[in-house]
Write a protein that binds this ligand. Structure first.
Ligand code: EPU
Length: 422
């Protein structure tokens, strides 16, 4: 078992370079199997979710070469087999193989996906979309068996602007006959990245990034290339850290528009940010003031930054409120922040944070990925030593977090915890 150990209250200066976006890469990789030829993906982050997807690709007999420069995937010898539950349950994004294999073979057997336990996270909209495109679905326990005689374009309205459903439907529609229109589509930048990749391979998709996406089905996808966009959630996490303990801390390789909802809120609280073309310089501000946050679909405030933001708000003077509107169970980090000295009350989907509080190092557990990020932030600003377990969640989504933070002056390390036997 691994644990992260932080000795807090160190000022950070230097540059943190942002890696490729997890939530784009985890969709682009399954999308690549739609091609009949080799595809090249650049800027793929080195995180354990990508290791799990590589395991799935190899299980499907797909040739994968991975280096720091690129991930090269050749699906020429692919075999359509049910992906074992022990692999697919490692991450949420395994569900993109449902769309990709259905598009390619008109038959797929898949288990319910894994991922962070932050709510019920149903996949009904994915399945309804597949049905509208011609699939028949049988559910046997945890297993979904999808078959289609023919995949045919259709008009699909999403009740919720779901990222996963939008991408999965886009994958199937790419190989369906005729035109598909997705209405109330999710507008996240990761969707644009996936659509660009599909188009580079020969797909015909317009409107990605808006609420109406039009897809004209094509027969074949060929060689393709994509550069994964910078991870806006990683960028946001480090910008929050820089606003608290930065001394000219530069967050580089970012697309500032992608985190505008965050930077405008940080500025409202008084944060000292200089926003440049592809970077942000953060300086600590001693007199931050309370603000209210409401999570919403892009371009609203991202739910994935709500937990990191709650640690920030413990340092703001006054009463801040966070309303979580996307997931039912995304406050699991709050008891741990309280154990460090935060003053936070929870009422249904509302967290009420009173500040400014003095945080003290403690032993805490990351229950999910962004809960882990929130606790790393808390550890960095707390007095004394913080020990975080549940580290595997953090490593699923933050490339080189220990190196990136220690390079700019944080006292942070990761250790293998040995079990004591008596
Ligand atoms: N929803 C449904 N039915 C569905 C699909 C979604 O009701 O069929 C609901 C969900 O329960 C949720 C809302 O729609 O309330 C939004 O869910 P969405 O489908 O957009 O989320 P997702 O695709 O499962 C992705 C990211 C999440 C991120 C959300 C929202 C990946 C692999 N995951 O999840 O990332 O929170 O979009 O932006 O792309 C993370 O990185 O920490 C993370 C959880």
């Amino acid at each position: 078992m691994k644990e992260i150990i932080i000795n807090g209250k160190k000022e950070l200066s230097g540059t943190i370079r942002i890696s490729g976006a997890k939530n784009a890469a985890v969709a682009v990789i399954p999308a690549s199997i739609l091609s009949d030829e080799e595809v090249t993906l650049c800027n793929v982050p080195e995180i354990s979710d990508i290791d799990s997807l590589e395991e799935i690709l190899k299980f499907l007999n797909i040739d994968v070469k991975r280096s720091t420069e690129a991930m090269i995937i050749n699906p020429k010898n692919i075999k359509n087999k049910p992906i074992p539950e022990r692999i697919s349950e490692k991450l949420r994004a395994s569900y993109y193989f449902m769309g990709a294999l259905l598009a390619k073979y008109k038959h797929v057997e898949m288990y319910f996906p894994g991922g962070c336990k932050i709510g019920s996270r149903p996949i009904n909209l994915h399945l309804e979309g597949f049905k509208k495109l011609g699939a028949k679905i049988k559910i046997e326990g945890n297993k979904y068996i999808l078959d289609a005689n023919k995949l045919k374009g259709n008009n699909i309205y999403l009740d919720v602007a779901s990222v996963g459903a939008t991408i999965n439907i886009m994958l199937v529609a790419t190989k369906a006959e005729g035109q598909t229109i997705i209405e109330n589509a999710a507008r996240e930048p990761e969707i644009v990245n996936v659509a660009t990749f599909l188009n580079n391979m020969g797909a015909n998709i317009t409107g990605a990034g808006t609420s109406v996406i039009k897809i004209r089905g094509v027969k074949q996808l060929k060689k393709g290339f994509i550069e994964i966009i910078p991870d806006r959630i990683e960028a946001g996490t480090y910008t929050i850290i820089g606003s608290l303990i930065g001394k000219n801390l530069k967050i580089s390789n970012i697309i500032p528009e992608h985190i505008e909802s965050l930077t405008s809120k940080l500025k409202e609280a008084g944060a000292n940010l200089i926003i440049e073309e592809d970077s942000i310089i953060c300086k600590r501000h001693k007199n931050l003031k309370a603000i209210d946050i409401r999570t919403y679909y892009y371009p609203g405030f991202p739910t994935d930054l709500q937990q990191p933001m709650s640690s920030f708000l413990t340092q703001c003077v006054g009463t801040s409120k966070i309303e979580e509107t996307i997931y039912e169970n995304r406050f699991m980090h709050i008891p741990y922040l309280k154990s460090m000295g935060a003053d936070i009350g929870i009422k249904n989907n509302l967290a009420i944070i009173k500040g400014k509080t003095h945080l003290k190092g403690s032993s805490v557990t990351a229950t999910d990925l962004r809960a882990g990020a929130a606790l790393v932030i808390a550890g960095l600003i707390a007095d004394g030593k913080t020990t975080i377990t549940g580290v595997e969640h953090i490593l699923r989504g933050y490339e080189g977090i220990i190196e990136k933070l220690s390079n700019v002056g944080a006292d942070i390390k990761i250790e293998e915890k040995t079990c004591q036997t008596s």
